[in-house]
Design a binder for this molecule. Structure first.
Ligand code: ADP
Ligand code: MG
Length: 300
């Protein structure tokens, strides 16, 4: 009757047992799901049908599942295991990332060494490159949507180096993602994303493509190195207006402590015109990623 997915599924209860709540987003509530067969724990994003009012919300869920299936297998992309639907909800079972959001680690730590920032951005660019090669644009890359596989042991004041943790980081939440006609397709126009991380071409209403993800990763790189987002404001319209202006401050504190190569890298990622913004593949060749991971640039 009231189906969302275009196919029948097993019953969740036949395979998993629902456990404690792990997190919550705009559409989904995420719980632990324990496999009845192996006792292994997974994460289950449950989307209540009461939240799926417009036909487009339903189409979005179908697309999220389709995209998860399309991109799974990469070590830094959360893997979908099962999908279920019953009368009240759609449930997506995926790898559990017990270490929580990268966001919380950033909030706790403030800034990171260039070495840590470069290692983190490298992993992000590599997985994003994989998405784009598969014609998938994430459209909501932000620290809340990068999850750590296991809990971080906070030893000493500096904490564990990010460099050691990020190989286990996984991107999640493909709720706003889309499939392009081809990797270079630039015909998207929907204004979606999160204010701090959204690219100017997305809010300017111009047709756009995969490069909007590069901008969002540039915002994350900026935060890792300076402890604050590049485009800020007291209200959402103010943040959007800062994004539209696109002025990137790489001069104020603490940018004077960041290497010229690091500043150049961030500047390139935050190139206003997406046609001139480098793609993930060329950014991965930037000297800063190589140099910073092998030397001792340190922020204090
Ligand atoms: P929404 O689409 O509603 O934003 P998300 O997919 O972002 O939902 O999930 C909401 C939150 O649930 C995340 O921010 C995170 O804290 C938690 N979460 C999501 N997926 C997992 C997972 N695989 N493992 C552990 N926690 C998760
Ligand atoms: Mg989310």
């Amino acid at each position: 009757a009231d189906r969302v997915l275009p196919y029948e599924t097993d019953r969740f209860e036949s395979k998993y047992e629902l456990g404690r709540k792990l997190g919550e987003g705009a559409f989904g509530v995420v719980y632990v799901a324990k496999s009845k067969k192996s006792s292994r724990e997974f994460a289950c994003k449950t989307i209540s049908k009461t939240k799926l009012i417009r036909p487009q919300d339903r189409a979005d869920v179908v697309r999220e599942v389709e995209i998860l299936q399309r991109v799974k297998g990469h070590p830094n992309i959360v893997s979908i295991r099962h999908v279920f639907e019953d009368d009240t909800s759609v449930s997506i079972v995926m790898d559990m990332c017990a270490g929580g959001e990268l966001f919380d680690l950033i909030t706790k730590r403030g800034t990171f060494t260039e070495q840590d920032a470069a290692a983190t951005v490298t992993v992000m660019l590599e997985l994003c490159h994989h998405l784009h090669a598969n014609s998938v644009v994430h459209r909501d890359l932000k620290p809340e949507n990068f999850l750590l596989l296991s809990a971080v042991q906070e030893t000493g004041s500096a904490g564990t180096s990010l460099q050691a943790i990020v190989p286990d980081m996984k991107v999640t939440d493909f709720g706003l993602s889309v499939i392009l006609n081809s990797p270079k397709d630039c015909s998207l126009h929907q204004t979606v994303g999160t204010p701090f991380y959204v690219a100017p071409e997305v809010v300017n209403g111009a047709p756009y493509g995969a490069k909007c993800d590069v901008w969002s990763l540039g915002c994350i790189a900026y935060i890792l190195l300076s402890g604050r987002p590049p485009f800020t404001g007291a209200t959402v319209p103010e943040i959007i207006s800062a994004v539209k202006q696109g002025h990137v401050d790489l001069v104020s504190k603490p940018w004077h402590k960041v290497s010229a190569s690091g500043r150049d890298f961030v500047q390139q990622m935050l190139t206003y015109d997406p046609a001139h913004r480098p793609d993930c593949g060329s950014l991965l060749k930037h000297a800063w990623l190589r140099d910073a991971s092998s030397s001792s640039y340190v922020l204090s």
